[in-house]
Design a protein. Structure first.
Lengths: 436, 439
């Protein structure tokens, strides 16, 4: 056995401060490439949208690009791209992010654009109707017109959870989207898009003193509004197994996904982290347990993957969340058998423990993946913003490879032992498409 | 409300290329090593010319390359790579086999050793290959249910005719018929260092990294037969090709025009004209069919380059009920860019975007590795970026207008639409001649 490779760490500097109006700021300078990433995250996501307004958090994200006090419709896009940059936004269960990456000379412009919409977007009937149409096309592209659309991130939560915030479809029904009004949007902004409910982060090629002055200049006069009370979306764990299935009219082959609740990602981080490593022990690469067994040996699955969080955002999600396994099966594949085999492999792991070197190599690969993501300025700006928002700990991004490397065999076995069939929710895709 | 002024941009500093070294080893392998030390990783890209390789065996080979050597099983290989934080996968296009991955930089030597053992000693064991064969058939089956894949397949057949680029995914039946021996023969014939290019990017000393490559890969030898492909044919115009996908709730709209190579003198001007038309979000096409009309979630146009030819491609997924109107706006915008010069400000905006995108693409190890490997496949090196940036900066409005007239004229475009034919044929046929696909 070759000596264990040393797990390296990054040392990105982290500066934190709060403006007078309550906006939290994270700066992480690194001048190795002449680019900057700017992210603003708001502490509101899919779980906070009201009943009868499924998909509203995401629709509202689109409206944040439709102009603000000093910006006409289309101006945001043109100003970012005319600075040589790119932009986007995304809506998650617990937060919504907005971001730009640009050549460093565009930093102040990006800050201006984010500050302008933080003061308030231009909410008009015309823009709302236009973006409802765009979002419907987005749902058609990503869910309705393709095989396995929304599997499992939209299909498993209603099996696993009872309450509306955790169980509902975050992309939204067309009916709810079409019912959305400008008043709804104004109310959502007033309630959730307070600067006290947001974090701004900047990563990359800039000088801290200069960037701080720019941030004061552009964000300093955003009216102070406090954050709303943080909701608690807790619901009790399953005590009996839950199963569901649905027919996908386009999919040619069966698939199955299973989820188990995991400890609170924030309140019980030490107990949570072993599950992140367990997911990789089970599914990362041909030498992982479930790939070896289900894909290579039994040929019961074509692919299998595992991760934490319904959107794969394992360090950027709040309680309750889950460890997910998802498998695509060959023609005639038996989802039941796949679930039974997973149980068997979890039992084996619990009983026999890990093999020599198994954990170390998994940790080494996890380190590579984490480091790889942080090489991009947005791979630092975005997670640091969310880690500040949810934990007040943006530097966790630097610490993760080491924390993961310190997880021991015993913690993995304990985590595996918790994935009992009676705590499991699963959803099976029945193929309804050609070739099925 | 007090109005606020948009801050000026700070002009870009000169484009700096990262330190690099290049050497062609005695076995004919060219190694390019580039230093970007921001994170302690190394990116690996090995590009092996694979033109004219038989499609089904080549595709299966790319899936089965890491299934075993005389000394190691597929699981051993995966575990050994993982132990240094590594992973390698192979992918195929009509020009090349590309092995790509990354590892902790301390694991470079071990990663290349494992790569060498696969290159020189892959055994294609029967059991493992049989699994990969079935998995590949399943993947193809799933691809055949995806509208984007089906539209691409139809478009490639339409523009490339009988040229080798026309078909890039094998039929399931062809994959089932590939024997293990065919993989070994193909491997022996084509996986050779002569003409292959290895790119290493990361927290490395470039000269030492090349020494490491020489030490680990020096025993890989031989040359492959010439795999060069004849130039792509002229694209023949004709009626819009309508491919039926019953029940489709969107239509996949595709257009193609003959393209030009990156090194063509007109290429920078075409690049800018394409951005103004539909190559980025702030283009006329996206602003029209998405932000004004709400017909689509997104549309995009680009020049796609293969070694034997380039083509301009445009793609949008639009709602079934507005398929005709979407084509109308698309042809209008294409006609407008080909007929009238772009506005001064929209051209400057596209130019700044083009230049900024080059900088962003170079700002990560993975971005540099992708660029360097792709350029090298076309005989270019990273310094082409500097030349390309200078040409983008210099291109005049007249040159951009001329390039648009020459390369983006809708009269020369071929159009393929995949969707629910019974619902969209009448919408399309009011605009242009329509021919239903026989398949």
């Amino acid at each position: 056995m070759a000596p264990r490779i040393k797990i390296p760490a990054t040392k990105y500097p982290v500066e934190r401060f709060t403006l007078g109006n309550g906006l939290r700021v994270v700066l992480s300078p690194d001048r190795s490439a002449p680019v900057v990433g700017v992210a603003v995250v708001y502490d509101v996501g899919i779980r906070s949208e009201p009943e009868g307004r499924t998909g509203f958090a995401h629709l509202f994200e689109h409206l944040m690009f439709q102009g603000s006090a000093n910006l006409e419709k289309l101006a945001h896009f043109r100003h970012v791209q005319g600075a040589g940059g790119s932009f986007n936004g995304s809506t998650h269960l617990d937060y919504t992010d907005y971001f730009e990456v640009l050549p460093s000379g565009g930093l102040e412009r990006a800050l201006f654009l984010e500050a302008d919409r933080m003061r308030g977007p231009r909410l008009t009937e015309e823009n709302l109707r236009n973006q409802v149409d765009v979002v419907k096309e987005e749902i058609r592209v990503n869910v309705l017109n393709r095989p396995y659309g929304g599997f499992p991130w939209l299909k498993l939560p209603p099996v696993m959870f009872e309450t509306f915030p955790n169980a509902h479809d975050g992309y939204g029904s067309f009916e709810d989207l079409e019912s959305a009004t400008v008043e709804d949007a104004q109310g959502f902004f007033d309630r959730y898009y307070a600067c006290g409910n947001a974090v701004l982060s900047v990563a990359g090629d800039f000088d801290v003193a200069e960037a701080t002055a720019m941030i004061e200049r552009h964000f300093g006069d955003v009216p102070a509004r406090p954050a709303p009370a943080l909701p608690d979306f807790f619901e009790p764990d399953l005590t009996t197994e839950k199963r569901a299935s649905y027919t996908d009219r386009i999919a040619p082959l069966p698939a199955v996904a299973a989820g188990w609740r995991v400890p609170d990602p924030i309140g019980a981080f030490e107990e949570y982290l072993p599950f992140a490593v367990l997911a990789e022990v089970l599914t990362d690469g041909d030498a992982s347990r479930l790939v070896e067994r289900l894909v290579q040996r039994d040929r019961a699955a074509t692919t299998i993957g595992g991760y934490l969080g319904f959107m794969g955002d394992e360090y950027q999600v709040r309680n309750p969340t889950a460890l997910l396994l998802q498998a695509h099966l060959p023609p005639g594949g038996d989802a039941d058998k796949v679930l039974r085999t997973i149980d068997e492999e979890l039992d084996r792991l619990t009983t026999d423990g890990l093999k020599e070197g198994e954990l170390a190599r998994t940790q080494a690969r996890m380190a590579t993946r984490l480091l790889h993501e942080t090489d991009a300025v947005l791979g630092r700006a975005l997670p640091m913003a969310v880690l500040e928002l949810q934990r007040g700990r943006p530097g966790l991004l630097n610490d993760l490879p080491k924390l993961i490397s310190e997880i021991g065999d015993k913690q993995i076995v304990t985590a595996a032992a918790a994935l009992r069939p009676e705590r499991r929710a699963s959803v099976e895709v029945i193929p309804g498409g050609a070739g099925a | 409300m007090t109005s606020k002024t948009l801050p000026d941009l700070v002009p870009d500093a000169e484009l700096n290329l990262p330190p690099e070294a290049e050497r062609t080893l005695p076995n004919g392998l060219t190694v390019i090593a580039i230093r970007r030390s921001a994170v302690p990783l190394v990116e690996v890209r090995l590009r092996i010319p694979f033109g004219r390789a038989p499609l089904a065996p080549a595709t299966l080979l790319s899936q089965a390359l890491f299934t075993g050597t005389s000394a190691m099983s597929s699981i051993d290989i995966a575990a050994e790579l993982q132990a240094v934080g590594g992973s390698l996968v192979a992918g195929l296009d009509p020009d090349r086999l590309l092995i790509s991955g990354n590892a902790l930089s301390d694991g470079l030597s071990r990663t290349l050793e494992l790569l060498a053992s696969v290159l020189t000693d892959a055994t294609y064991p029967a059991e493992e290959v049989s699994t990969e064969r079935e998995r590949l058939v399943d993947h193809i089956q799933v691809a055949l249910s995806q509208p984007a894949h089906l539209a691409r397949v139809a478009l490639q057949k339409r523009i490339y005719g009988t040229h080798p680029y026309a078909v890039q995914t094998p039929e399931p039946e062809e994959v089932r018929g590939v024997e293990n021996a065919a993989l070994r023969d193909l491997h022996d014939a084509r996986l050779r260092p002569q003409g292959a290019i290895l790119v290493l990017v990361g927290d490395i000393d470039p000269d030492q990294a090349i020494d490491t490559a020489e030490k680990t890969l020096g025993g890989w030898t031989g040359s492959a037969p010439d795999g060069s492909i004849e130039p792509t044919p002229l694209i023949e115009t004709g009626p819009l090709l309508l491919v039926d996908r019953p029940g489709s709730v969107q239509s996949s709209l595709r257009l193609a025009l003959p393209g030009i190579a990156r090194t063509d003198a007109d290429y920078p001007a075409l690049t800018l004209a394409n951005y103004v038309f539909g190559g980025y979000f702030s283009s006329r096409w996206v602003e029209n069919i998405r932000e004004d009309k709400g017909y689509t979630y997104g549309s995009h146009s680009l020049v796609e380059h293969f070694v034997a030819g380039s083509a301009w491609l445009a793609a949008a997924e639009v709602a079934t009920e507005v398929t005709g109107p979407s084509l109308l706006e698309t042809l209008y915008e294409l006609g407008r860019i080909a007929s009238l010069p772009p506005g001064e400000e929209e051209l400057e905006q596209a130019r700044r975007y083009a230049l900024g995108t080059l900088r962003l693409g170079m700002s990560t190890q993975a971005g540099l590795a992708a660029l360097a490997s792709m350029y090298a496949g076309f005989g270019l090196r990273l310094d082409h970026l500097r030349e390309h940036a200078a040409s983008l900066t210099a291109a005049t409005r007249d040159e951009v207008a001329a390039a648009a007239a020459r390369y983006l004229a809708p009269s020369r475009a071929v159009i393929v639409v995949l969707g629910d034919a019974d619902k969209i044929e009448s919408q399309l046929s009011v605009l242009t001649a329509v021919e239903r696909s026989a398949e």
